[in-house]
Write a protein that binds this ligand. Structure first.
Ligand code: SF4
Ligand code: SF4
Length: 625
């Protein structure tokens, strides 16, 4: 699917794949991203196109700046990110919307509607309104393909970045997509040095604001006649629907005969078109994910519409929700709107996410879970799972890189308090490079009493093990000319060498010793862990361990490690002589899952867990004795 299509082709594709095909057809030359579900595959796939120079940037702001730089010199460029990533990129975004672009610049942003893999739910269309940029909103992979093909030309026509807004459903759902022959390769647009445009000093801003206002007027006119804004006529005119994105498909499923205004280019909003549509129906329901944005703007334009009051306040909108809303509106009994219930989780056996067997974080959380008095500020990554059972070891997780700043605030608030609690921050390698470094500088600058656990697992693991500057490889696995040396980096950020410790989280007793020593220090300290992600190329799997049933007394210590390879074979409750009851559990190890890391063996005081004798490698010297 990544080679140019010689003629019309039909392929089963996800929205992300289709978007990539459309961008490739349009001649995108540079692509940059920071991985984040559900957008990760976009630039990953673009990197496989011979004609595209792609990279994992250290964060979304830098990714947008890379794409902006390529656009500046006249190439078509794409930056991809998830919704929270656009917050990180927002500073550059607002300026890029003001300077405008040269080569077509498309920002593919994937909103995790339904928050399946995110710390919140956001509606990125607001960024389009805020920055006065056009926003394209595909309903499905076919439209993702077509919009991506056209978005670059639109960007060049108006010299504005174009936001291509997807949701999780569009990103990952698959349908047959009709691909067209690739467009003629675009000629790079010449770069003309013009500081009055590209340098946003206050003296130049006024002129750019004027240009932006004129462009927005032209964009509004375009939206009024855009083929992406379609009125679908219907026979039942009692209730018309204004909808966008996959919510429009849900509305069509619920109301097959309803007239519908589908907004594929809803930013800026084609108010006159909407007004014409509304006059042709008795009542109007606005169906959109995830905020009532269009609904509010239609009301502001004086149009009486129904909307969010009848629909779930968050999460995906499905056909049942729309049917509920239509039923209530058409009943016309004056009853107050009742929102459709929030989508319910299906009643399946609970399978909470967990860390992998052999993950170095198991050793870290084994000890953090035993520090009830400490305040532990977590961050975004696999290690966010430390907030879950069996560890329950994290107090906070806010945003990428937020652990260090937050921990600094907790420490500052406790200065001089007799009952001050120890403060720790937990952050992974990729997140530290993304936006954690400035937090560490702040800690050292203010000599905050915080112990930072920098978990270097040599991967951006949570999104699938992408490369980053700490892996020593670039996108596609090619060796980079550098690899971040974390001890040197944190020293350069102000941590005293004595307070920089490198520790192996598999070695439970020595790891605890290091942790205790650094928590006693009255200044910022950093403990860097060394074990690679079990999916990293340099992870070494060793033979699975076994439990000696005769030695095991069911104490459950090993279960506190939280390794999914440890299985409970029997539980029992016993009453001690003192009258207290204890819960006991006997265990075995799943040899197909165990990586042989030996963390559980170190947690077992009875020595009941060991390498199976049959698999033990007997040293030559020992063998001949
Ligand atoms: S820690 Fe050792 S004794 Fe306790 S349950 Fe696990 S294997 Fe058995
Ligand atoms: S050795 Fe123990 S902790 Fe490590 S993977 Fe195997 S069962 Fe899990």
């Amino acid at each position: 699917m990544l080679n140019p299509q010689p003629s019309t082709t039909r392929l089963l594709m996800s929205g992300n794949e289709a978007l990539v095909a459309g961008a490739r057809d349009a001649g995108v030359a540079v692509a940059a991203a920071y991985p984040g579900t559900p957008s990760t595959e976009i630039v990953e796939l673009l990197s496989r196109c011979d004609t595209v120079r792609a990279e994992w940037s250290v964060n979304e702001k830098v990714a947008l700046e890379v794409a902006l730089g390529a656009s500046l010199v006249g190439r078509r460029a794409l930056a991809a990110m998830k919704h929270v990533g656009l917050n990180v990129a927002a500073d550059t975004l607002m300026s890029a919307a003001l300077t405008g672009v040269n080569g077509g610049l498309v920002i593919a942003v994937a909103d995790d509607v339904g928050y399946s893999s995110s710390q919140n739910e956001q509606d990125s269309r607001y960024w389009g309104r805020f920055a006065h940029m056009p926003v394209l909103e595909p309903r499905d992979p076919q439209e993702a393909y077509e919009m991506a093909r056209e978005a670059f030309a639109l960007s060049e026509q108006f010299e504005m970045p174009v936001l291509l807004r997807l949701t999780t459903r569009v990103c990952h759902v698959k349908r047959v997509v009709r691909l067209q022959p690739a467009l003629a390769a675009p000629q790079p647009r010449p770069y003309v040095k013009d500081p009055t445009r590209w340098v946003l000093s206050p003296g130049n801003v006024g002129k750019r604001l004027q240009v932006r206002t004129e462009r927005e007027t032209a964009l509004r006119e375009l939206a009024e006649r855009s083929p992406w804004n379609v009125i679908e006529h219907g026979s039942d005119r009692r209730l018309g629907v204004v909808a966008s994105g996959p919510a429009a498909l849900a509305a069509r499923e619920a109301l097959p005969d309803a007239p519908m205004l589908v907004l594929g280019l809803g930013t800026p909003l084609p108010v006159d078109l909407a007004r014409r549509f509304c006059t042709g129906v008795d009542q109007v329901l606005v169906v959109e994910e995830s905020e009532p944005l269009v609904e509010g703007e239609l009301r502001a334009a004086g149009l009486a519409v129904h909307g969010r009051a009848w629909l779930p306040p968050h999460g995906e909108i499905n056909a049942a929700h729309v049917a509920h809303a239509a039923q209530g509106i058409l009943a016309g009994d004056g009853a107050a709107p009742t929102p459709a219930p929030v989508p319910e989780r299906r009643p399946v056996f609970a399978r909470p996410p967990t860390l992998c067997a052999g993950c170095g974080y198991l050793g870290v959380y084994f000890w953090l879970s035993r520090l009830p008095k400490a305040i532990v500020c977590g961050d975004i990554g696999c290690y966010t799972l430390g907030s879950s059972p069996s560890w329950n070891a994290l107090d906070t997780v806010f945003a990428m890189g937020a652990s260090l700043g937050t921990a600094g605030g907790v420490a500052k608030a406790q200065i001089g308090q007799a009952d001050a609690q120890p403060v720790l921050a937990v952050i992974g390698d990729s997140t530290f490079l993304h936006s954690g470094m400035s937090g560490l500088v702040n800690l050292t600058y203010h000599r905050a009493n915080v112990t930072v656990l920098l978990l270097d697992n040599r991967a951006t693991a949570m999104t699938g093990g992408q490369e980053n500057p700490a892996t020593g490889r670039t996108m596609g696995g090619e060796a980079s000319s550098m690899r971040v040396d974390f001890p040197k980096l944190v020293e350069s950020l102000g941590v005293r060498p004595e307070r920089i410790r490198v520790a192996d989280p598999y070695e439970l007793p020595t790891f605890l010793k290091v942790l205790r020593e650094e928590m006693k220090a009255d200044e910022p300290s950093v403990v860097i862990t060394t074990r690679p992600c079990v999916f990293a190329p340099d992870f070494e799997r060793t033979p699975a361990l076994v439990v000696d049933e005769d030695q095991c007394n069911g104490c459950t210590n090993c279960l506190d490690v939280g390794c999914p390879a440890l299985l409970v074979t029997r539980r029992e409750q016993r009453t001690r002589a003192s009258g207290t009851t204890v819960d006991l559990a006997w265990v075995k190890i799943d040899p197909t899952v165990c990586t042989g890391c030996e963390i559980c063996a170190r947690a077992c005081a009875r020595g009941a867990i060991s390498v199976p004798p049959a698999k033990r490698v007997i040293p030559m010297v020992e063998a001949v004795q």
